[in-house]
Ligand binder design. Structure first.
Ligand code: PMP
Length: 454
């Protein structure tokens, strides 16, 4: 672990933070008695550090959130200025920063997705997008992919394909899952991207036929599925889904909560394939999470549904002024500083080539894939059979190889994003070439731990 030169370590303060955390904070997705969250003292740019003086290069971006890096001075200043001016105002008022944030977002969204409904995060964006689609079409069902994550509120967790939905699956009325393309572990036994695309589209069309097209309000897809493994779709897949939706009058929702706002080296991941949804959900990168905010960008046709009839939804904090001020500052800084282009260049010139080289050296690396600053390294026990390093949804001793791998990465001074049998390489979009190379070198060394299981 590298040691940050300033501020001075303060282990006593760190111990007090940890003690209060342990006594009173109930943590997400965790067995409360089995966790030991590190106490973090500060953060800047691509780094954060603890009270003991250990500094970590942030290859997680805090749940793939801080696209602009930690403590960007222009965003911090904008929040401070807005706080001094007006901290809060109900959603029913027109506010300068709210109007401007919506305008800047709409400027970047595709087609006629020019109206913005603000939420407090990604799950609420998904909830509301599905709600809009149901009211707009008058149909009950929503289709989503098995390999997906859409959030942890009621509809969002049911739409989510990963095992975290199992605990509340009985509430999933109206949700139908299907297989989206993923060539490395093809659900269709395909051998080429073209086969995978064609078979995935046929499977989706068949699913719709057997569910009843007139019962389906929406198909929701992450443009590039993130938590489920950062899997860019084969060329033509999203265009094919768009066609199917048009054929049956189904609303296409692209979930860009994780992939949006620069992560893939474009403003939105959909820009790579030029597919325009009817609704687009966003959060995270829109302001790097400095103040909670998310939203839905809405097409003219769906917005018109609610022109003379009320939209039956709303949130006290919708379009919160502090959050909107940070959106305006974030998008302005990203534009001025060429941050989206930086993400593209780092992906093409450093992370992509670097990970491919690493894959050649390490038998435990089954596949690397991604774009921009959005990459997955898939770890396997057997490169021939592609048996994952740990079983799907492993916990306890079965998951120990990934726990050991993550510990080795952290000892090297890198904070990884480990999901099941993968490590995701998701630094801020502002990451420098030197930082990205440092991070890859640490991963390279830690992979010896995974290789030992092959
Ligand atoms: N959709 C996607 C694609 C996400 O990645 C996430 C969060 N990881 C969500 C929705 C949910 O967002 P939130 O945690 O802000 O509710």
């Amino acid at each position: 672990m590298s040691t940050h030169s300033a501020p001075a370590p303060d282990p006593t303060a760190g111990a007090a933070v940890k003690a209060a955390d342990r006594a009173h904070v109930f943590h997400s997705w965790s067995a409360q008695g089995q966790i030991d969250p590190p106490a973090i003292a500060g953060a800047e740019g691509s780094y954060f550090w603890d009270y003991d003086g250990n500094r970590f290069l942030d290859f997680s971006s805090q749940l793939v959130n801080t696209n602009i890096g930690h403590q960007h001075p222009k965003v911090v200043a904008a929040i401070q200025e807005q706080a001094a001016k007006m901290c809060t105002l109900a959603p029913g008022f027109a506010v300068d920063v709210r109007s401007e944030a919506a305008r800047l977002i709409a400027q970047r969204t595709p087609g006629d997705l020019d109206k913005i409904f603000f939420t407090n995060g990604g799950a609420e964006a998904v909830e509301n997008a599905v709600r809009m689609a149901r009211v707009h079409t008058g149909r009950p069902k929503a289709l989503s992919a098995y390999r997906s994550y859409h959030g942890a509120t009621n509809a969002a967790i049911n739409l989510t394909g990963d095992p975290r939905r199992w605990a509340s699956d009985s509430a999933s009325a109206g949700v139908v899952h299907f297989w989206a393309p993923f060539l490395y572990r093809s659900p269709f036994h395909a051998e080429t991207e073209e086969q995978e695309r064609d078979r995935a589209l046929r499977h989706l069309a068949d699913t719709i036929t057997f569910e009843g097209p007139q019962t389906i309000a929406a198909i929701i897809l992450e443009t590039v599925p993130g938590t489920a493994g950062i899997m860019p779709p084969p060329p033509g897949y999203l265009a094919g889904v768009r066609e199917i939706c048009d054929q049956y009058g189904i609303v296409l929702i692209l979930d860009e909560v994780m992939a949006g706002f620069g992560r893939t080296g474009r403003w939105f991941a959909r820009d790579h394939w030029d597919v325009t949804p009817d609704l687009l959900t966003f959060a995270k990168g829109v302001n790097s999470g400095y103040v909670p905010i998310g939203g839905v960008a809405i097409s003219a046709e769906i917005a018109a549904t609610f022109d003379q009839r009320p939209y039956p939804g709303g949130l006290t904090y919708s379009g919160h002024p502090l959050a909107c001020a940070s959106v305006v500052a974030t998008l302005t800084a990203m534009e001025e500083e060429g941050i989206v282009d930086n993400a593209a260049a780092i992906g093409e010139q450093v992370i992509g080539p670097g990970l491919r080289e690493i894959a050649e050296r390490h038998p435990s690396v089954g596949e690397v894939r991604g774009l921009g600053v959005f990459w997955a390294v898939e770890l396997v026990r057997n490169p021939e059979t592609r048996e994952p390093l740990v079983p799907y949804n492993a916990s306890g001793p079965a998951n120990q190889p990934m726990v050991d791998f993550a510990a080795a990465v952290k000892r090297g001074g890198l904070w990884p994003s480990v999901v099941m049998n993968r490590t995701h390489v998701v630094p801020p979009c502002t990451v420098s070439a030197a930082e990205a190379k440092d991070g890859l070198a640490i991963l390279d060394e830690a992979l010896a731990v995974a290789d030992a299981h092959v």
